[in-house]
Write a protein that binds this ligand. Structure first.
Ligand code: SAM
Length: 285
């Protein structure tokens, strides 16, 4: 079994199995041991932990996780990678379960029940970038017991998740992430740390999940519908965004009355509102 996380051993495994990268699956494998150690440190992986990894690739980060965690469950969509993982790169570990599944379809709640008695798990992953947002929102919205999510994502996406109100990066994703977790960008990672090199810079972000969402709102879905409508037309006022949104059925008068009660000007834009203000607005509407 080769220790991965360097170009030489990665190339050797790829050649041995004549593996062809699948662009459609966002396959960019890590080849830098230093970065891998830092990700595991950032995630705070320890010997008690049950880790869910999304997309092991040839098992590079999985090896590091297996060394430190009690148990690792790793979900890989590409069936061509499964024999490499099972027969070669992860063969030495008896604390890993390899599932050949699509992470967007697998029942993560069942995994948490079976593998961690329903206690919160840590998610650690170098994500396939083409489905970053659906994966994160899927984890949050399925209400899986989560301790934290430490993930490599495109640098701009990490910035959007951590953005403050009234900044250019602030939007629906910032608010959704902040509703469920405290985001912290841990490091940026240059394209040279991957094989093949992606066309973008990357960053590792840690989302430390709250026991309960940070803001109380009686209708979560309606709040997020309002948030999405507010950012759909960024350069328009909040009032116009909400009134023009199909399906919301909100009149201009109702929005103006709500804003007045919140001591906010009628000309305010959605990007100026905090999560707490969106929750208050939802209740008033
Ligand atoms: N963890 C490896 C590493 O760091 O070297 C590989 C990371 S690579 C960026 C993303 C991995 O996710 C690939 O192995 C890809 O095949 C896998 N993947 C893509 N879409 C997936 C999905 N829907 N469900 C599970 N795995 C997926």
């Amino acid at each position: 079994m080769a220790t991965l996380g360097n170009p030489t051993n990665t190339i050797a495994v790829l050649q041995k199995y004549q593996f062809q990268f699948q662009k459609k699956y966002g396959q960019n494998f890590l080849i830098d041991a230093n970065i891998l150690e830092k990700i595991i440190d950032a995630a705070g992986v320890c010997s008690e932990d049950c880790i869910l990894e999304i997309g092991p690739g040839i098992g590079t980060m999985t090896q590091y996780l297996c060394e430190r965690a009690r148990e690792v469950v790793t979900v890989e969509i590409d069936s061509k990678l499964i024999p490499i993982l099972k027969q070669d790169t992860l063969v030495a570990y008896d604390n890993v379960t390899i599932l050949n599944e699509d992470i967007l379809k697998v029942n993560i709640n069942t995994i948490v029940q079976e593998r961690n008695n329903g206690r919160p798990i840590k998610v650690v992953a170098n994500l396939p970038y083409y489905i970053t947002t659906p994966i994160i929102m899927g984890l949050f919205e399925s209400h899986v017991p989560l301790d934290s999510i430490t993930i490599m994502v495109q640098k701009e996406v990490a910035q959007r998740m951590q953005a403050e109100p009234s900044t250019k990066d602030y939007g629906a994703l910032s608010l959704a992430v902040n509703y469920y977790a405290k985001p912290q960008v841990m490091m940026t990672v240059p394209a040279s740390c991957f094989m093949p090199r992606p066309n973008v810079d990357s960053a590792v972000i840690k989302l430390t999940c709250y026991d309960k969402p940070r803001t109380i709102v009686s209708d979560e879905k309606r709040m997020f519908d309002i948030i999405h409508a507010s950012f759909n037309q960024r350069r328009k006022t909040l009032v116009n965004g909400l009134v023009n949104a199909a399906g919301l059925n909100i009149t201009k008068e109702r929005v103006l009355t709500a804003l007045e009660k919140m001591n906010l000007p009628a000309t305010i834009r959605g990007e100026a509102l905090t999560l707490t203000q969106f929750a208050a607005l939802t209740e008033l509407l």
